[in-house]
Design a protein around this ligand. Structure first.
Ligand SMILES: NC(=O)c1ccc[n+]([C@@H]2O[C@H](COP(=O)([O-])OP(=O)(O)OC[C@H]3O[C@@H](n4cnc5c(N)ncnc54)[C@H](O)[C@@H]3O)[C@@H](O)[C@H]2O)c1
Ligand SMILES: O=C(O)C1=N[C@H](C(=O)O)CCC1
Length: 257
């Protein structure tokens, strides 16, 4: 079996470090390059290319996995457009320009973009779509909780869940999303979908999508108890993506959900 050479972008981050560890025990895949801005603060196999030259970083690998920051992901996409390689993108908080760049890249190479690499959240998105369509008149409120170091809010996962809920009712999320309530704002409107973010401690990731009506409510809840859920999910996605045609793929495509 040939070994898929993996490049890790965001290597010294919380998820990046786990990707490097998990790759040591992943059959059919091996770490070949890491991109660093300065230097790595941990030891790495000397056969791995450690570089701050984006072109060499991409060139040394068969696929690239990115868990970084939006500006960094943007720079990666710009370089990948010049040197196409399958890309697994896990970075959240991308703006409209960065999302457009991602779509542009996917015309030249296979790109899997997932705001959450877990199987549980992939299924939760399906359930939320179904519940949103079936539970007419129920108010939809989403709450997410993450660790104190998280920079973007609301989480990418919460926004994707809100998109699933809005799609279930043929609503435009940009028109109905509420991400803060403060002061004398009046009563809740019928269609609004609230997405609220809490931050604290070392919470890996918790999402609750609630459907509330008079006399009853349903809450669908997902909790990630280990960050390895994301790194292992990204490696599974990378293996799946490595022989695909150019296109924009989702985690549901990879998991055949
Ligand atoms: N899709 C998922 O399943 C999933 C899961 C967890 C985290 N995330 C997302 O992944 C991203 C990273 O999360 P994290 O907790 O590992 O963050 P982190 O802050 O620990 O790591 C970020 C990494 O990006 C690197 N970086 C920052 N700016 C850079 C630049 N300009 N150029 C190159 N590299 C740069 C940092 O050096 C670091 O290695 C976040 O957007 C987070 O929301 C997604
Ligand atoms: O720790 C993070 O940061 C996470 N980010 C993703 C998001 O924004 O949804 C996935 C969960 C963990």
């Amino acid at each position: 079996m040939t070994t898929i050479k993996v490049g890790v972008f965001g290597a010294s981050g919380r998820v990046g470090k786990l990707l490097i560890e998990d790759l040591k025990n992943t059959q059919g895949m091996g770490l070949s390059s890491v991109y660093v801005r300065n230097s790595l603060d941990f030891a790495i196999d000397p056969s791995v290319l450690v570089t701050s030259d984006m072109h060499s970083f991409i060139g040394a690998s068969d696929i690239i996995i990115d868990f970084s920051l939006p500006e960094a992901c943007e720079a990666l996409l710009e370089e990948a457009i010049k040197t196409p390689k399958p890309l697994v993108i896990g970075t959240t908080g991308l703006n409209t320009h960065q999302l457009n760049l991602l779509k542009q890249a996917s015309e030249l190479m296979p790109v899997l973009y997932a705001t959450n690499m877990s199987l549980g959240v992939a299924l939760l998105n399906k359930l939320v779509h179904q519940a949103s369509a079936a539970l007419e008149g129920f108010d939809i409120e989403i709450v997410e909780m993450h660790h104190r170091h998280k920079k973007d809010a609301p989480s990418g996962t919460a926004l994707t869940l809100a998109e699933s809920a809005a799609n279930g009712r043929n609503l435009d999320l940009d028109k109905v999303r509420v991400s803060g309530r403060d002061g004398n704002i009046g009563e809740r409107t019928k269609d609004e979908i609230a997405v609220m973010a809490l931050r604290g401690g070392d919470i890996v990731g918790r999402h609750t999508v609630g459907f509330y009506n008079d006399g009853e409510f349903i809450e669908l809840n997902h909790t990630a108890t280990s960050r390895n859920t994301f790194s292992k999910g990204a490696l599974r996605a990378g293996k799946w993506l490595s022989d695909k045609e150019p296109g924009l793929y989702s985690i549901s495509d990879c998991l055949e959900l």
